[in-house]
Design a protein around this ligand. Structure first.
Ligand code: ADP
Length: 501
């Protein structure tokens, strides 16, 4: 059953029962009150009629006595009028009498009145006959019957008074009953509200609390928690769904954990391999450095010997050999720099120097080795504070790259100008350029855009990596702008000394 039905059905049921009982009770009481009110009115009427009978009886009695004394006929006429009215009153009262006792008392009164009337007629008869002795006797007999008749009237009147009293008490009782009914209904309503609150607590508040504790445990990764909601409503469904979700999350979490462990293992192996590779590069470059230095020294010695002898063909070969040895020396120097960078041992020896002078120096040196036209566009710059050799290495690397990756005789422009926060240096070529999606990777270690086909672009993919490291260590920034087949511009900024400190 849905929660709405669980709340609405008992609520409607309870309210209906409550209202029905209440209405029934009030209706019944009102009917009773109506009856009693009717009874009171009737009794009141009987009382009035009885009083009237008392007055008539009194008047008749006085008329009988007056006739007895004066023998005037008007008294007889009055007696007769009273007689007719009394009989009519008896007939008026009769239908109003609803109890057996009342009817019996009325009958008593009527019978005794008939007797009184008979005696009264005897008195009138004896008075007319003139027999004095029987007069007195008849009068006395009438008086006795009249007293009896009066007693019967008093009985009737007092019975009525009692009825009135009883009805009044009954009326007050009923008013109390209505009051008590209201109070009972109030109490029952309060009890029902309290009961309903506990019912709501059982079907809604408690399960929601259980759900929230369960959800909290899931959120803390405790997927083994169980939830037991017996209800078949929306909350029960939510509980079941949460339990399913927890079970699925558990499975998912376990598989993720396995993946993470696998990845961790892979990372550990990769790191070990990387370390081994670094160690190998470090050892190999160190070991190569000494023989290459000796090789270079011997080559130079041989070349100068052959030059002195004037042996030109040997000299040319030895010059080529020296060039290759120089290239090898540069490669080993690069590898050694990488090793230093990796182990955090790349040291800078900063000094104040004239950057334009350095650029001119490097440009002139490199211009000797190439047919490309290198132009330096330099603005006057105040001395900068940096590691002169390392900055020279960066500029040389950018220039040799510009030469390597652009067609012979094309133009290369190296420029330097002061900026707000530092000096910016750039090397522009008209070469093969770099595809957009690869631009961001050229500063990575061993990354090469143009894979070497037929040794057109020899290299290890280390020059830009080392350059970036040097510039970054100077708190500078290096970047490239390039369009494929149109050329590239590599730029870097070196901050002024005051900017660094
Ligand atoms: P490499 O020894 O291969 O030249 P670098 O680190 O100096 O190593 O350069 C990384 C890669 O960036 C190069 O292999 C090349 O593909 C690309 N690159 C560098 N300079 C230029 C340039 N001026 N024009 C086009 N591509 C370049």
């Amino acid at each position: 059953m849905s929660i709405r039905n669980k709340i609405l059905l008992p609520l409607i049921g309870l309210l209906t029962v409550l209202l029905a009982v209440f209405i029934y009770r009030i209706v019944v009481l009102n009917v009773h009150i109506g009856n009693i009110e009717k009874k009171i009115v009737t009794t009141q009427k009987i009382n009035d009629l009885t009083n009237r009978m008392g007055l008539i009886r009194q008047d008749t009695r006085q008329s009988v006595i007056a006739y007895y004394a004066l023998r005037e006929d008007r008294y007889l006429m009055n007696i007769e009028r009273n007689h007719v009215e009394l009989l009519a009153l008896i007939e008026d009262i009769r239908p109003l009498m609803d109890s057996e006792r009342g009817r019996q008392l009325l009958n008593n009164f009527e019978n005794s009145y008939i007797e009184v009337r008979a005696e009264r007629e005897k008195v009138v008869e004896t008075l007319r006959s003139g027999n004095t002795a029987s007069n007195t006797k008849a009068f006395k007999s009438w008086e006795v019957k009249a007293e009896n008749n009066y007693a019967a009237l008093l009985d009737l009147a007092s019975y009525n008074l009692h009825s009135l009293e009883r009805n009044n008490l009954e009326y007050i009782d009923l008013v109390y009953s209505i009051l008590v009914t209201w109070l009972i209904m109030l109490g029952v309503t309060l009890l029902l509200i309290v009961g309903f609150y506990f019912y709501l607590q059982r079907i809604i508040i408690d399960p929601i609390q259980e759900l929230s504790v369960f959800a909290l445990k899931i959120s803390k990764g405790n997927f083994d928690t169980k939830i037991r909601l017996q209800s078949n409503d929306e909350i029960g469904t939510l509980g079941n769904n949460l339990a399913d979700m927890s079970a699925n999350l558990k499975k998912y979490y376990e598989s993720l954990q396995k993946d993470v462990e696998k990845k961790d293992e892979e990372l550990r192996i990769n790191k070990a391999l990387e370390t081994q590779k670094d160690e190998f590069i470090s050892i190999a470059s160190h070991e190569l450095k000494t023989p290459i230095t000796s090789l270079k020294a011997y080559t130079q010695l041989l070349r100068s010997l052959h030059k002195r002898k004037g042996d030109e063909s040997y000299e040319t070969f030895l010059l080529k050999m020296e060039e290759q040895v120089n290239r090898l020396t540069d490669l080993i120097a690069d590898l050694l720099d990488v090793t230093k960078i990796q182990s955090g041992k790349l040291m800078l020896r900063p000094e104040n120097f004239d950057l334009c002078e350095l650029i001119n120096e490097v440009t002139a040196e490199i211009q000797h080795t190439t047919n490309h036209k290198i132009i330096a566009k330099l603005t006057k710059i105040k001395p900068i504070y940096a590691d002169r050799n390392r900055i020279r290495q960066v500029i040389a690397n950018l220039l040799t790259n510009a030469i390597k990756y652009s067609p012979e005789t094309s133009l290369i422009v190296v420029s330097a100008k002061p900026g707000r926060h530092g000096v910016s240096i750039s090397v522009k070529d008209e070469g093969i350029g770099i595809p957009e999606e690869k631009k961001d990777h050229v500063f990575e270690r061993f990354y090469r855009v143009h894979e070497d086909k037929g040794n057109t672009y020899p290299g290890l993919g280390l020059g830009l990596y080392i350059s970036k490291e040097i510039v970054t260590r100077h708190r500078g920034k290096i970047w490239v702008e390039s369009k494929e087949h149109q050329g590239s511009t590599f730029s870097f900024i070196l901050p002024y000394k005051e900017e660094i400190s």
